[in-house]
Design a protein around this ligand. Structure first.
Ligand code: TXA
Ligand code: MG
Length: 317
């Protein structure tokens, strides 16, 4: 099969209606989408990604009116967060209705729901009589794609179409929030900071990365991995002294490291949002360069810096 990288929404709607997989753009990362009502198509998402069946999928919607079909007993705080951040980089974990198949939720009684903030995919969703399930469009454990080209490099001959919506503007996966009563529980740090969630819904609880049996398998320790070994460093200058005889690429926030030939600054002006947007594409780029090691600087532990550190830590595992 040869994949068409296309901007033809109607073509992609037709494919989804006939049970095919289509890669879709979102503001976070590209997703690998299928009709949630089509059991065979859902199964092929897992096969395509090499994803274990115990790892549930996120359902994508375009309107709050679709919620009652999918979820019940929605906490007040969930509605508040949806109102504040949808469409946007927030996934809510809520009790599912009968309509949502167990294959999507990996047998869980809850389902993850997100309204993505991308005009192309919102347009796609509006013309479909069903919501779509979409995990990130990468093979399991690999770095998420933030452009149509990244998706093509992973699945180039295996899916019929990649809907091209340009480079992802947030560049980190959605923040996943569940609830115990009204208390928000952060299952995965993401494109909306913990601080921003707390400003709307009050103090959150974090599921920590040390958790051995994570509730969200996206919290698995090895994840988001480039093929090249990645070292996360508190002091790049010190770490470089231990790697003098190797071909090194450095990922820095906004510092120049003058004595290294390959340095990628994620933000000229020290802006965490800009750095987040560039993180995965930089990992993809450096991973193509035949380096011995990637050395990444630890980011400030605040706002999206916390999410960037989370991804770098898993990439380094
Ligand atoms: O930004 C995103 O969320 C992207 C775009 C495409 O929307 N999607 C994404 O999907 O990152 P995926 O499948 O790569 O990661 C979804 C994460 C997984 O770690 C999964 O375990 C967790 O969400 N998840 C899904 N449903 C869940 C549930 N019912 N309870 C707990 N965790 C859940
Ligand atoms: Mg993923």
């Amino acid at each position: 099969m040869s994949t068409s990288i296309t901007t033809d929404i109607a073509f992609c709607q037709k494919l989804l209606k006939t049970g095919e997989l289509v890669a879709i753009p979102t503001e976070t990362v590209y997703g690998l989408a299928a009709n949630i009502m089509d059991a065979k198509a859902i199964k092929s998402i897992f096969e395509m990604k090499g994803r274990p069946m115990f790892n549930p999928l996120i359902v994508h919607i375009h309107s709050l009116e679709q919620l009652p079909l999918l979820v019940k007993d929605v906490p007040e705080n969930a509605l508040r967060l949806a109102e504040a951040f949808w469409p946007g980089s927030l996934t809510l974990i809520l009790p599912k209705t009968e309509e949502v198949a167990d294959t999507i939720t990996a047998g869980k009684a809850t389902v993850g729901i997100r309204m993505p903030n991308h005009p192309v995919t919102l347009g796609l969703l509006r013309g479909l009589p069903f919501p779509i399930a979409a995990p990130s469009a990468n093979p399991s454990t690999r770095v998420s794609p933030t452009s149509a080209e990244h998706v093509a490099s992973y699945f180039g001959t295996k899916i019929p179409a990649i809907l091209d919506g340009g480079p992802c503007q947030v560049g980190l996966e959605s923040t996943i929030v569940g609830f115990e009563g009204e208390t928000p529980i952060i299952y995965r740090k993401g494109g909306i900071s913990v601080e921003a969630i707390e400003a709307i819904a009050g103090k959150v609880q974090l599921i920590t990365k040390e958790d051995k049996a994570p509730l969200a398998p996206g919290m698995l320790l090895k994840h988001y991995s480039p093929k090249t070994k990645l070292v996360l460093s508190n002091s790049v200058t010190t770490t470089l002294k231990n790697y003098t005889n190797f071909k090194i690429g450095v990922i820095s926030f906004s510092t120049d490291y003058k004595n290294v030939s390959i340095v990628r600054k994620l933000s000229q002006k020290g802006d965490l949002g800009e750095a987040a947007k560039n993180l995965f594409s930089t990992l993809h780029e450096l991973d193509q360069m035949d380096l011995d090691f990637i050395i990444a600087e630890r980011f400030p532990e605040e706002g999206l810096g916390t999410t960037i550190n989370d991804r770098l830590q898993r990439a380094a595992y």
